[in-house]
Every structure is written in structure tokens, then in C-alpha cells.
Ligand binder design. Structure first.
Ligand code: AHM
Ligand code: MG
Length: 332
């Protein structure tokens, strides 16, 4: 199958992408190039992140900022880097980003793809040396090339993604992505500047014993959510919450678990954004054999009506997501 390429662990990302492309005789190579552009921007961001604690010390060890610019916040830097990489690459006509209110028109009239992204997620962890991530979704443009970008291009259902992935900047940095034929992970080797295949055909454990939720809002969760949390406790599951979606998701993908960000009094639709946070991870979860819902329906089936729309999210091991769903069903 196209899922299992039989490429050995240690294959570089570039070679892997090339081999995948060769499996599709009519592929033009544009999606492949787009994935490479994202990987390159990821390397640059990784570099900025690992140095960020030193930036205020720059004077102390003799390094100066060439332009003498004031150092910008990392999430802003990451946004700029991704936009630049995708504009220069030429395959993308528009970006939807957590960092920008409106659609970013890249003025690449022939770009066939639209990218939705959160350039640096986990804002509360950026300044405190805790893992953070980048999330991206790739869609095919629906409107005719050359014309204006339309709502139809940017408000597609998650099920229409052609590829999606994330970068986790953690103890190691890893790029995990899918094009709809399974999920693969590539660990970054900083001294060589390369991503190497390290996690082939990733599969989510069907069931797990970790639950990840910010329980601080427990008192204002819906009864179904409270009951599910009590269920997790009655089974003595481990509570693990980093507060960086990518990091919490990745751990649960490796070990078996569920992440959820439900509706609460403070956040009536949850906190997370459908278009550039939830859809990409939902696609990966499903491709790895897991599941993602808003408590009632599949995340990938929701038609967005706004760029920055929020949704409750329950994501991870299939049986756990189903179990959480049972409590909602009982409540109705
Ligand atoms: P952000 O986009 O401002 O970084 O917010 C998203 C983050 C997720 O990474 C994380 O899971 C969640 O917010 C944590 O929120 P809270 O602090 O409310 O638990
Ligand atoms: Mg975010």
C-alpha cells in the first residue's frame, strides 16, 4: 500500500517526500515542495526557540542584531517566518493564521493550495522553557486561479484536508504529518539540519490511561464532562496537562490517552480553534487510528462559518473518545 513504503528509519524527510511523490504518477510535485517549505520554516523556528533565552543576553556575549531591530515575540517571529517561506515557495495562494484577523493573500495567483496554521501554539509556555508547537493544515484551492480568494477556499471542512501536520519543539523536535495515507514522524538532528524518519506508520493505542484537561474550570463544565472526569478518576487514570496542545496530543498519541478542552462558563465553545488547531490534529488522530469529536460529532465533519471559530475538542485514543461521547449521549 501507499501507507507502508518500507523506507527504513533514518531516511531523510526529503527522500521520504520524494518517494511518496513517485507513488502518484500524476503528482506535480507542488505538495511535496510545500511540505519542504514548511519543514524549512520549522527549522528556522526551532533555531529561534532554542536561542530565545539568550536573546536578552545578546550584548553580553558579543552578538548584535544586524538591523538593530527590537526583538519580537516568538509567536510573531514564527508567523513571519511561515508566511515568508510559503510566499516564496509559490505553491500557496492564501494563509489563515492564528496571528492574523483576516485572510493573508500571498499574491501567488497560481498557488493551488491554502494553508491554515497556528505558527506557535502554547503561548503560555513560550517564555518558560516548556514545549510548544506549530500546527498546519493544507487544502486545495477551490476557486479559479488568478481570481480573488473566496470563503469557499478558506472555510473548508477538515475532511477536505490534503495534508496536515505539526512540529513539536520538545526535548527533541519532531515533525509529524499525514497526506491521508498514514502518519509518519521525523525527528530533527540539529547538527546536520535534517529531519530523519523516526516514527513510521504511527498508530495510536486504541485505549489508554491518561487524561489531559485543565480541571481548573471543572465547576463550570457540563454535567457530561464532569461525569467523564469522575470516570477517569474512578479508574485511577493519570492526569497529565502540559497546556501545549501539540505536546499533550503527541504524548497521548505515543502512550494512549485523551486530551479534551470542553465548553465552560468562561469559554462557551471551548478555547481551541477549529480551522487551524483542531482540524489538523483530528486528521492525524484518525489517520493513526484514533478519533476526534466535539463531544457529539466528528471534528472533520464540521463546516466552519468563521475563520477563527472555536469548538470543544475531545481527541486521542479511539475508545477513550467514544467513552467520553457516551456521557454526552446519556445526557440527551
Ligand atoms: P494559544 O493558541 O493562545 O497558545 O492557546 C492554545 C493553548 C493550547 O496549546 C493548550 O492546550 C490550551 O491553550 C491551554 O489552555 P488553558 O491554559 O486554558 O488550559
Ligand atoms: Mg494556538
Amino acid at each position: 500500500t501507499k501507507e507502508n513504503l518500507g523506507l527504513p528509519v533514518g531516511t531523510t524527510l526529503d527522500r521520504f517526500i520524494k518517494r511518496k511523490q513517485d507513488d502518484f504518477p500524476y503528482a506535480t510535485g507542488e505538495l511535496s515542495q510545500l511540505l519542504r517549505d514548511i519543514a524549512l520554516a520549522g527549522k528556522i523556528i526551532n533555531r529561534e526557540i532554542t536561542r530565545c533565552g539568550l536573546i536578552n543576553l545578546a550584548g553580553a556575549f558579543g552578538a548584535t542584531n544586524v538591523q538593530g531591530e527590537e526583538q519580537q515575540k516568538l509567536d510573531v517571529v514564527a508567523n513571519i517566518r511561515f508566511i515568508r517561506a510559503l510566499r516564496n515557495g509559490g505553491e500557496v495562494c492564501a494563509i489563515i493564521s492564528e496571528e492574523d484577523e483576516g485572510i493573508i493573500d500571498l499574491e501567488n495567483p497560481n498557488g493551488k493550495y491554502v494553508v491554515a496554521m497556528d505558527p506557535l501554539d502554547g503561548s503560555s509556555n513560550i517564555d518558560v522553557n516548556v514545549s510548544i508547537g506549530t500546527i498546519f493544515s493544507i487544502y486545495r484551492r477551490k476557486s479559479a486561479p488568478g481570481g480573488p480568494i473566496t470563503d469557499e477556499d478558506v472555510l473548508q471542512k477538515g475532511s477536505e484536508q490534503v495534508a496536515a501536520g505539526y512540529l513539536l519543539y520538545g526535548t527533541s523536535s519532531i515533525l509529524v504529518y499525514t497526506t491521508g495515507y498514514g502518519v509518519n514522524g521525523f525527528t530533527y538532528e540539529p547538527s546536520l539540519g535534517e529531519f530523519f524518519l523516526s516514527h513510521q506508520s504511527l498508530k495510536s493505542p486504541e485505549d489508554g490511561k491518561i487524561y489531559s484537561v485543565n480541571e481548573g474550570s471543572y465547576n463550570t463544565f457540563e454535567p457530561a464532562v464532569k461525569e467523564y472526569i469522575e470516570y477517569c478518576k474512578s479508574r485511577e487514570f493519570s492526569g497529565r496537562y502540559i497546556g501545549s496542545l501539540v505536546a499533550d496530543f503527541h504524548r497521548n498519541l505515543m502512550k494512549g490517552g485523551i486530551y479534551f478542552y470542553p465548553a465552560s462558563a468562561k469559554a462557551p465553545n471551548g478555547k481551541l480553534r477549529l480551522v487551524y488547531e483542531c482540524n489538523a490534529l483530528a486528521f492525524i488522530a484518525e489517520q493513526a487510528g484514533g478519533a476526534a469529536t466535539d463531544g457529539h460529532q466528528r471534528i472533520l465533519d464540521i463546516t466552519p462559518t468563521k475563520l477563527h471559530q472555536r469548538t470543544p475538542l475531545f481527541i486521542g485514543s479511539k475508545k477513550m473518545v467514544e467513552q467520553a461521547g457516551h456521557f454526552f449521549k446519556q445526557a440527551t
